[in-house]
Design a protein around this ligand. Structure first.
Ligand code: NAD
Ligand code: SER
Length: 323
């Protein structure tokens, strides 16, 4: 008996921090031929380009996306193309255009071609009036343009589900920590950069202050959450489909430094807060992910200690291989 052929999956923004790992996970699951990675840029010798199908595509060019979907019979889109918070506040017009305009194109094509969509949201949807431990349902009044685009994205996702029946799902990712690809211009990038500097020089100058505490997650947890959400039966997905809170750990920079210092000694962190401090201060310390746990069984595997050990071990090994 022949097995059903796998769906064709398109990933936008595939060369970024998440795409680099999500595309590999999707290729393992569906096979390399069934996963098309795409991005507005090309990066020489990028593993995602070297190890499977890759197309250059700007999510603002709807006709190009349409042609890719039609030519390849795409049935699922993981829409990762976006401008993150720090870069977005430097160029709010671009941030709105890519984050809202790109998603509008994807959702409209999903309606026409009956596609399933993953559309990430962020802890940046919360603003200063949100409790320190952010509930799933709370006023969403972000101060950043990036956060506003993510609130709009959640609203658009719910609209396309309720009015057009498009099966679109999203997660409010915390700050993501990973070693395979650099962080892409966000406020939480310090929690990635710090590991590189700790290994290279034993020193780091942090752009937010020592008491800054934010929700964070190791990339392995984030990729698993993404796949688990997309695998969940439709009937288990609630009104939170535009952006489920998911939590793994929450720590201050001081706590992160203390954990890194257990492995890299001496390690010195100094502080030179810039505008990104304001963005970080407008976000909650932690999030309540009860709804994700109840609806589709979410549970994190990486706390602070495990995450730090994984980051230092893997980055050290990667540097040795490169040397
Ligand atoms: P990233 O910046 O690392 O990658 C984004 C990719 O999108 C880049 O490769 C970029 O070239 C591409 N891109 C930008 N404009 C494009 C366009 N017009 N057309 C096609 N591609 C374009 O971002 P990431 O960290 O991988 O984030 C992916 C998604 O997850 C985004 O929606 C982001 O808001 C969300 N998110 C990320 C984090 C995090 O900590 N990384 C946290 C919360 C939410
Ligand atoms: N990590 C992301 C950022 O800092 C949050 O969405 O922009």
């Amino acid at each position: 008996m022949s097995e059903a052929s796998p769906p064709t999956v398109l990933v936008t923004g595939a060369l970024g921090q998440i795409g680099t790992e999500l595309v590999s996970a999707l290729r393992e699951r569906y096979g390399s031929d069934s996963v098309i990675a795409s991005d507005v840029r090309e990066i020489e010798n990028h593993p995602i380009i070297n190890n499977g199908r890759f197309l250059t595509a700007d999510v603002l060019e709807k006709d190009s996306l349409k042609a890719i979907i039609e030519d390849n019979d795409v049935s699922i889109i993981y829409h990762l193309a976006a401008i993150l918070s720090a870069t977005g506040e430097q160029n709010p017009e671009l941030c709105e255009r890519v984050n809202i305009g790109g998603l509008a194109n994807v959702l409209e094509l999903a309606r026409v071609y009956d596609l399933r969509v993953f559309s990430p949201s962020s802890i940046a949807v919360f603003g200063p009036d949100c409790p320190d431990h952010a509930p799933q349902i709370t006023p969403l009044n972000p101060t950043t343009t990036y956060g506003k685009t993510k609130v709009s994205g959640e609203v658009m996702a719910r609209y396309y589900w309720e009015v057009h029946g498009v099966d679109v799902r999203g997660l409010r990712y915390p700050g993501l920590i990973s070693w395979k690809a650099p962080a892409g211009g966000g406020t939480t990038d310090y929690a990635v950069d710090i590991f590189h500097h700790a290994i290279m020089s034993g020193k780091y100058s942090c752009f937010v202050g020592p008491n800054t505490r934010l929700p964070m997650m190791y990339m392995d947890d984030a990729i698993r959450a993404t796949l688990e959400l997309m695998d969940a039966p439709t009937e288990s997905i609630s009104d939170a489909r535009g952006g489920y809170n998911i939590a793994a750990c929450s720590f201050s920079v001081t706590e992160l430094v203390a954990e890194i210092s257990k492995v890299i000694d001496p390690f010195e962190c100094t502080y030179s807060p810039d505008i990104r401090q304001e963005y970080a201060d407008s976000w909650p310390d932690s999030v309540d992910d009860t709804e994700a746990k109840n609806d589709w069984g979410w549970t994190a595997e990486f706390g602070l200690e495990k995450l730090v050990n994984e980051m230092l071990t893997n980055l050290t090994r990667a540097r040795e291989v490169e040397a």
